[in-house]
Design a protein around this ligand. Structure first.
Ligand code: NAI
Ligand code: 3PY
Length: 386
């Protein structure tokens, strides 16, 4: 970033200097910081992805905490710079934190926050939208219409798949994966098969109860199964949605070999992280299997797509917007700001990062705690009793 860096400053006389590498939605997050004696500096530079050097310039000589974005590379260089500037708090404005080297943060005693919970339903809704859009070929049909090609109803025009009675497969049935599964099971009466390292008892109970309800009304009940291996999901499901974290175990989970085990007419949706799919292998698979469809919100080399992907009619691509609802994005900004504020003020860490609603109620003061600090244990931070 060529200096001078363009910055918007709020509460210039505040005691603590908090930097946000991007303008974030809403104003509540700014007000909450100002009320607690923070000077808030927001980088307004017209450059979408800031480099490490850009952020080092933003941190400067004195900085108590930084709110950053998932596009930034938070590792040794940034955490050491933050520590040199006296900072001990960082929060991603995201639930995923694969862009953060938590070990480096630990080394410099910097707390790392994330924003779980507030984006669960929003992200699941986009995954559900991509599933339906792919099944019913909505984007292809829209393009056809706008191109002036529609000249009357035809029995074969844009025939797609009926979801009802088919099987939805979820890989990574955590917060978002479970919310997506519930939407597809209840909304479309799909059967569920899921794979996760842990059992999702709540999800299983939900599907069981819904099946009982359907039975009581004389309808065919839905079913659920926890798969013993990912392969079972790949082989049995008609729609597969990916929701694991990105780490070494999930990098290229979907590759040439695993793609070949899926049904030829399956739908694959990815709203997790791009590198969970080997995108080059995916493009080849889409070319060879025109009835196979994908809905992608994330890409291996964001913001770029691998060659050929944009030309595939059987791919729907959107620019990482799964959490993009107003309520969610404002909530993410609030949680990220409160993570940083909590560490600066010496507040304890909230005991359950899955229960963040008390921080999001605009009509009451948020609890005096950091909503979600992923390295709280390693840093020995106190846990809130609330
Ligand atoms: N596209 C977007 O805008 C968004 C993407 N995300 C991504 O979604 C991810 C999941 O978010 P949450 O559901 O809140 O997290 P979560 O932690 O509740 O769920 C992740 C699940 O993945 C499972 N998992 C981990 N390794 C696995 C493996 N090898 N195989 C199968 N399952 C595995 C975990 O056991 C856990 O249940 C985030 O880490 C983030 O990368 C999240 C929000 C928005
Ligand atoms: O929160 C995340 O992990 C995202 O990808 C953006 O919402």
């Amino acid at each position: 970033m060529a200096k001078p860096v363009s910055i918007e400053v709020w509460n210039p006389n505040g005691k603590y200097r908090v930097v946000s590498t991007k303008p974030m939605p809403g104003t509540r997050w700014i007000n909450l910081l100002i009320e607690q004696d923070c000077r808030v500096e927001i980088c307004t530079q017209k450059k979408t992805i800031l480099s490490v050097e850009d952020i080092i310039a933003l941190i400067g000589d004195k900085c108590d905490g930084v709110i950053g974005q998932l596009t930034e590379d938070w590792g040794e260089a940034l955490f050491s710079a933050l520590r040199r500037a006296g900072g001990t708090a960082f929060s991603n404005m995201a639930v995923g934190y694969n862009n953060v080297d938590v070990k480096a943060a630990n080394k410099y005693g910097v707390a790392v926050g994330n924003t779980p919970g507030v984006l669960t339903e929003t992200t699941a809704e986009l995954a559900a939208s991509l599933s339906v859009a792919a099944a019913r070929r909505i984007v292809e049909a829209d393009e056809f219409m706008r191109a002036g090609l529609y000249d009357g109803w035809l029995p074969h025009l844009f025939v797609g798949n009926l979801l009802k009675g088919q099987t939805v497969g979820v890989i990574g049935a955590g917060r978002i994966g479970s919310a997506y599964a519930r939407m597809m099971v209840e909304g479309f009466k799909m059967n569920l098969i899921y794979y996760d390292l842990y059992q999702s008892t709540r999800l299983e109970k939900f599907v069981t109860a819904y099946a009982e309800f359907l039975k009581s009304t004389g309808e065919k009940p839905v079913t659920w199964k926890r798969a013993a291996s990912m392969d079972e999901v790949l082989q049995e499901a008609d729609v597969i949605s990916l929701h694991p974290v990105l780490d070494k175990t999930t990098f290229h989970l979907i590759n040439k070999e695993t793609l070949s085990r899926m049904k030829k007419e399956a739908i694959l949706v990815n709203c997790s992280r791009g590198p969970v799919i080997d995108e080059v292998a995916l493009v080849e698979h889409l070319k060879e299997n025109p009835m196979f469809r994908v809905g992608l919100d994330v890409f291996e080399d964001e913001p770029y797509m691998k060659p050929g992907l944009a030309d595939m009619k059987n791919a729907i691509v959107v620019p990482h917007i799964a959490s993009a609802s107003k309520w969610t994005r404002e909530g993410m900004a609030t949680l990220a700001a409160l993570n940083v504020l909590g560490k600066i003020k010496g507040y304890p860490v909230w005991s359950d990062p899955n229960r963040v609603e008390p921080f999001l109620n605009e009509n009451v003061r948020p609890p005096a705690a950091s909503p979600s600090i992923v390295n709280a244990k390693v840093l020995g931070l106190p846990v809130s009793k609330l």
